[in-house]
Write a protein that binds this ligand. Structure first.
Ligand code: SF4
Ligand code: SF4
Length: 509
């Protein structure tokens, strides 16, 4: 079989940012020792939170299923080590600053005994694509690039249309973050074998592994692994280091020259994008029986003594993760989960590392931003927007709370990359405004959906009551007719019964 070919496209806008990755890539990945306790949020993914399947006091083994979702989209949660469940309660988490979310707390026993995962280790090539998707679902695997969308459901959605290419995303374009780079350097074969499994689950025979041109060590490692595997369906491609070329739609455009339609998905143009870390996780689950219980995370910034990448179990407190990186420097002032462009700051390091934690960035101070001034219509924001939006117009409509115009001008397609903020000479916090406007639109849409569901429930109740009344009236009429034929005492009986059975409409349950 010959290797697939791709027409390279061009990314609109974007920025060349300082990479700031050399400090964290100078050492091999370090494994974080098992802590005494792990705190596992039930919502570590997009979709419905998982529901606990264990009780307080119960003993669990490494890899055991401890929480399962029961909605349409979600992912199960597995125990990262053996121990005892000591609490199921709200705990501070990193996704919502200052908020608490339901978590399962495991007191680790230090033995790290694993559950038998016999059904997980199988010859996936003997499975139909749908069965393999179901098997991936059981592994709790989500997108590890930061989006944490459940992987199996992404595959299930994608196969509803014609597909051509799987794209493994190793483009880690945000400054400071280097976990995918280190993964490709040290676990290149895992990534490629995961790619093979994903191709089977998608029923396609073309996989493009993409990484940036400033990752020569990762490239060498990946090429060596591909030569060993000898899979001609796979191609490794380098792209220029421009932020945000790692965004799904931008990557599809860059490597296939196909434009994902507004509000659409890469599968609309025949592509499925999966992060390289996700692919490696799929390999570990399907080929080795280990569900998603740990990840590689970058710990870096001038507030960290010895920046590095760590392999940590989910639920480990960030303070324990930072200790492995030599602790804080005296200058440490701000902790951000994620990178400087898209990350979120947290006010405590007591929060647990979760599936989404690709980077723990500790800085001495946030870059100073000048005072906000009025828009001067310079157009710089539009020139760098990778989605070709008009941020200055969006800003105007966001200030006016004009939902219709925000829709018309494509706010829904904003990937919140922060490029417009960075170049704005008036220091307008455009991305924050867009994020807030999107949240308001989502709230409004949810409210509308709730009102619509209530209306439908009200109408169907009224319809049911109406039908019951008609049935009762017709039954009564039949009984009256029968009684008329039977005599006066029978009529009195029926009327008494009817009075008892017939309730006013508003008393109906
Ligand atoms: S934050 Fe949104 S509007 Fe601004 S550059 Fe990025 S995609 Fe464009
Ligand atoms: S970059 Fe700033 S000042 Fe220039 S048009 Fe955009 S919002 Fe206005």
């Amino acid at each position: 079989m010959s290797a697939p070919t791709f027409d390279l496209g061009k990314l609109h806008g974007g920025l060349r940012l300082p990479s700031e990755k050399s400090a964290s890539t100078s050492r091999p990945i370090i494994e974080v020792p098992l802590p005494g306790q792990l705190v596992l949020p039930l919502a570590q993914h997009v979709g419905d939170p998982a529901q606990p399947m264990v009780g307080i006091g119960e003993k669990v083994l490494k890899g055991q299923l401890i929480a399962m979702f029961d909605g349409v989209i979600g992912a199960p949660v597995h125990a990262p080590t053996s121990g005892k469940i000591v609490a199921i309660e709200p705990w501070p988490v990193s996704r919502r600053r200052g908020d608490k979310a339901p978590c399962i707390v495991i007191e680790c026993d230090g033995e790290d005994r694993a559950v038998e995962q016999a059904e997980a280790i199988l010859d996936y090539q003997q499975l139909a694509a749908e069965d393999l998707q179901q098997q991936i679902l059981r592994g709790g695997i989500v997108g590890l690039g930061g989006a944490v969308f459940p992987t199996a459901q992404k595959l299930m959605q994608a196969v509803t249309g014609p597909l051509e290419h799987l794209i493994l995303n190793g483009v880690e374009c945000e400054p400071y973050i280097s976990c995918d780079d280190m993964l490709m350097r040290e676990y290149a074969k895992d990534v490629l074998q995961g790619g093979q499994i994903l191709m089977h689950a998608l029923n396609i025979a073309s996989c493009l592994v993409v990484l940036e041109s400033d990752k020569p060590e990762a490239l060498e490692s990946m090429e060596t692994a591909l030569t060993e595997l000898g899979d001609e369906r796979m191609v490794i491609k380098q792209v220029p280091t421009i932020y945000p070329s790692g965004g799904e739609d931008q990557l599809v455009q860059l490597v296939t020259n196909r434009e994902v339609p507004s509000g659409g998905l890469p599968s609309d143009v025949g592509c499925v994008v999966q992060n390289v870390g996700t692919a490696a996780a799929v390999h570990r689950w399907i080929n080795q029986g280990e569900p998603l219980i740990s990840r590689i995370t970058t710990v870096t910034g001038d507030g960290i003594a010895e920046p590095c990448n760590v392999l940590a179990r989910f639920g480990t407190a960030l303070e324990d993760v930072v200790k492995v990186a030599g602790g804080y420097t005296e200058r440490a002032a701000t902790m951000i989960i994620g990178g400087p462009m898209c990350g979120k700051s947290v006010n405590t390091d007591a929060v647990p590392l979760v599936k989404a934690t690709n980077c723990v960035l500790v800085l001495s101070e946030l870059p100073s931003v000048g005072a906000e001034m009025p828009c001067i219509r310079c157009g710089d924001c539009a020139a760098v927007c990778p989605v070709q939006l008009l941020p200055q117009q969006l800003f105007f409509y966001a200030c006016a709370d004009n939902e219709a115009k925000l829709r018309d001008f494509g706010l829904i397609d904003c990937i919140e990359c922060g490029c417009c903020d960075l170049v704005c000479p008036s220091h307008i916090p455009l991305t924050a405004d867009f994020r807030n406007a999107k949240a308001r639109m989502r709230e409004l849409a949810d409210e509308k959906a709730r009102a619509e569901r209530a209306r439908q429930r009200f109408e169907s109740r009224n319809e049911r009551v109406r039908k019951e009344r008609i049935e009762r009236e017709s039954e009564l009429a039949t009984q009256k007719q029968t009684a008329r034929e039977a005599g006066p005492s029978a009529i009195a009986d029926i009327l008494k019964r009817a009075k008892k059975d017939t309730k006013p409409m508003d008393e109906d349950p």
